[in-house]
Design a protein around this ligand. Structure first.
Ligand code: G
Ligand code: G
Ligand code: MN
Ligand code: NA
Length: 247
């Protein structure tokens, strides 16, 4: 059987689940949110990584019902957590440009009772590059609901200062690939420093992704980076394991 066919039934069979990865304030270590990460455990295929099945779902349109399931499930779960925690949800470019997105977000918030201010949607620059004018309208409309928008994987792909300047992002998520070099490589450290400066200038909070070592965390703290996420702070896990909801 093809992956796409199995994925189609995976939702109905309950093979999908959400893991969450903690996000913390770097200065204090305080937890402020969790990013939802989709997981598929297939009886035949085992754990299928999202990097493998999400592109397939994007090609055949399955990403729309899949993305709906993610948003509804994540919002319903987060609504039962401590209200101090935000929820970050990844949006595929296909989902972002889908005409029903605004209604989906609005109705999901109403249905689940999650306060809009607790929801943050993560976009990548590939979502925006295809049609910047339309993308800007979508972002503005969604922000009117009180939801925040983060720019994911910043620094890879088409990153431009122009995009940052023209979009009302609430957060930049600095790609994890920049963490590798910051302990030893002065170029990587300089890039991180300049992104932090850019964030401060534009009044956009920067979250460093992929923090794996205490030294990386220390460098980021020294540079005044606001927020962080990574295996050092917490690995993605199910909400029960994280103590977010009862087992
Ligand atoms: O969880 P993991 O690190 O394996 O994720 C790999 C990639 O899949 C990342 O780029 C992540 O953003 C993406 N991803 C994980 N969950 C979702 C999801 O629910 N929706 C979308 N569109 N992408 C996701
Ligand atoms: O593209 P996005 O940032 O949404 O991708 C999140 C992915 O990054 C998840 O699949 C998650 O498992 C992975 N991830 C989270 N923290 C770390 C980390 O510290 N190191 C590495 N290598 N991957 C991480
Ligand atoms: Mn993300
Ligand atoms: Na990312």
């Amino acid at each position: 059987r093809a992956l796409a066919a199995d994925l189609k039934t995976a939702m109905e069979k309950g093979e999908l689940s959400l893991h969450y990865q903690v996000q913390t304030a770097i200065a204090t270590g305080e937890v402020f949110g969790y990013e939802a990460l989709l997981r598929w455990t297939s009886p035949e295929r085992g754990d299928v990584p999202p990097a493998l099945f999400i592109p397939v779902a994007e090609e055949n349109g399955l990403i729309i019902p899949l993305g709906e399931w993610v948003l509804q499930t994540a919002c319903a779960q987060a609504a039962s957590w401590d209200a101090a925690y935000k929820l970050a949800v990844n949006l595929s470019p296909v989902q972002f440009f889908h005409p029903d997105l605004y209604r989906l977000v609005k109705e999901t918030l109403e249905k689940t009772g999650l306060a809009p201010a607790r929801l943050e949607l993560e976009l990548t620059e590939t979502s925006i590059i295809d049609d910047k004018q339309r993308a800007l309208e979508i972002v503005r409309r969604i922000k009117e609901l009180g939801v925040s928008i983060a720019l994911d994987d910043f620094g890879t792909g088409y990153s431009s200062i122009d995009t940052l300047r023209s979009f009302p992002f609430d957060r930049i998520k600095l790609d994890g690939s920049f963490m590798q070099g910051i302990e030893t490589n002065s170029d990587a450290a300089a890039i991180v420093r300049s992104v932090l400066a850019l964030g401060r200038t534009m009044n956009i909070s920067v979250l460093a992704e992929g923090i794996e070592t205490p030294r990386q965390l220390e460098v980021l703290r020294g540079e005044g980076c606001v927020a962080g996420q990574g295996f050092l702070i917490g690995r993605p896990a199910c909400p029960e394991t994280l103590g977010l909801q009862p087992a």
